[in-house]
Design a protein around this ligand. Structure first.
Ligand code: C2O
Ligand code: CU
Length: 475
């Protein structure tokens, strides 16, 4: 467990090396990729292994590199004792390949979608999506990363040696019992727990507590993924060094954006470049979650302070990249006048101003969890959009900030909390944290039928499982 005494000045706990997931380079194996959703054993606390889930691994899964233009034959075997699905979060594929809650894989079955990769370079991920059990399955460990490669890394001269100067950094929080077991409660018994979402006081990075990454002296690319169920991470370095955001969910930004702090909400990704040429060791820290509405603000360890979550130690090897590019790409233009529709989505996690006191109040609270007053219904199509068009979607959050995600499409943030988006949120995205209100220009380029519609939902997984989700068709 991370507690206050493990401050940045005390490197003692940061001794276990950062695990680097297995890289599957699809093109190098004939564009055929096999995944196996399975249970395993993993020790979060030394000497105390516990039951976990993973994709072809005891916990988490591989990083799958896919090349733009390729067709990839995926096979996903379900070796769990429960039904699952695999959703390729951020991958632009038709609804029948998207792995949403309709695409159930029974225990013992194998799902074989063929994925046509056609989108700009980006860091994506994959995870289960069976309605009512998504949160638990991800909490148990089912999470993997996808890298879409379109050749721009080499052209831009970016750090791109996987596991050396290009590191997957999957950040999650867990609640562990004294014997090291994952404690998961989906909050069924207490609506307030659903609203709050599953949060733990132990932060894990790539599945382990307080790891150490030895990095070359130079620019290192971190592919940050918040794969927590509910927690927003407020990231910064212990010495407050400046780093540069180069990409968000949908791919590269126009130019690197300098910052010293970065908020990353559940399911968001940011690629950042950090300069370790000074050779100084530094901790990556996370601070109090500011987006909790009436819950106030709280750090993972229960305090209101920043806590170190991993440590970087530069090594005196020759670095591969030293130069920060000035410009990255010219992102495809977002043109609001071309939008053919306007819709409003009100996200409500059932938050009341005060704690419900009567049983009757308790009973009515879960019903309030939904979008535009309706909880998710797998039989109901909530929106029909036209393939090849864009719409303006206005998202409003009630009670607390919700990370809003759309399947099968990318969007640009036109405005957020009444202002134009900060530079690092100005690129193409698939998930955005909405505290109050956002206007998104959503571009629909993939088809989805009534049998396999696309989802849109809050990515606080307990909210999603409780019904803060809708579905749309695109034709
Ligand atoms: Cu990360 Cu509906 O997905
Ligand atoms: Cu939510």
């Amino acid at each position: 467990m991370i507690d206050a005494q493990l401050g940045a000045s005390d490197p003692a706990p940061f001794t276990g090396l950062l695990p680097i997931p297995n890289l599957i380079d699809a093109a190098k194996q004939g564009n055929a990729v096999n995944l196996r959703a399975m249970s395993g054993r993993h020790a979060f606390i030394k000497g105390k292994p516990t039951r976990t889930y993973g994709y072809s691994a005891p916990i988490l899964g591989p990083v799958i590199r896919l090349r733009r233009g390729d067709e990839v034959a995926m096979s996903v075997e379900n070796a769990l004792d429960t039904v699952t699905t695999v959703h390729w979060h951020g991958l632009l594929v038709p609804g029948h390949n998207d792995g949403g809650p309709q695409q159930l894989i029974k225990p013992g079955d194998t799902w074989r979608p063929v994925l046509k990769i056609d989108q700009p370079a980006a860091t994506l991920w994959f995870h289960p999506h069976p309605h009512h059990d998504t949160a638990r399955q991800i909490y148990m460990g089912l999470t993997g990363m996808i890298i879409v490669d379109d050749g721009s890394d080499a052209r831009l001269g970016l750090p791109r040696t996987f596991g050396i100067d290009d590191l997957p950094i999957i950040i999650q929080d867990r609640s562990l019992s004294a014997d090291g077991a994952i404690e998961y409660d989906n909050g069924d018994s207490d609506p307030l727990e659903i609203i709050y979402g599953a949060r733990g006081d132990t932060i894990i990075v790539n599945g382990v507590v307080a790891p150490l990454a030895k990095v070359p002296l130079g620019l290192i690319r971190l592919r940050l993924l918040n794969a927590a169920n509910a927690q927003n991470f407020e990231l910064r370095f212990s010495d407050r060094r400046t780093f540069h955001v180069i990409a968000s969910d949908g791919g590269f930004l126009a130019a690197p954006v300098a910052t010293t702090q970065l908020t990353i909400s559940p399911a968001e990704r940011f690629e950042v470049l950090v300069d370790f040429a000074d050779g100084k060791a530094v901790a990556l820290e996370t601070g109090p979650d500011e987006e909790l509405g009436v819950f106030g603000r709280v750090a993972p360890d229960g305090s209101a302070d920043y806590v170190p979550i991993m440590r970087f130690e530069p090594m005196a090897t020759k670095s591969i990249v030293r130069q920060l590019p000035e410009r990255l790409i010219d992102p495809a233009v977002a043109s609001p006048p071309s939008a053919v529709g306007h819709r409003q989505f009100i996200l409500n996690s059932g938050l009341c101003a005060s704690r419900p006191t009567t049983a009757a109040e308790h009973a009515t609270m879960p019903a309030l969890i939904g979008i535009n007053g309706k909880p998710f219904d797998i039989e109901r199509i909530d929106a029909e959009v036209k393939l090849g068009t864009s719409e303006i979607w206005e998202i409003m959050s009630i009670g607390m900030a919700h990370p809003f995600h759309v399947h099968g499409a990318l969007f640009r943030v036109l405005s957020i909390e009444g202002s134009s988006p900060p530079a690092h949120l100005a690129g193409w995205k698939d998930t955005v944290l909405v505290e109050d209100k956002a206007e998104l220009l959503v571009a629909f380029n993939r088809p989805a039928t009534r049998d396999h519609p696309f989802m849109y939902h809050c990515h606080i997984l307990e909210h999603e499982d409780a019904g803060l989700m809708g579905q749309y068709v695109c034709a």
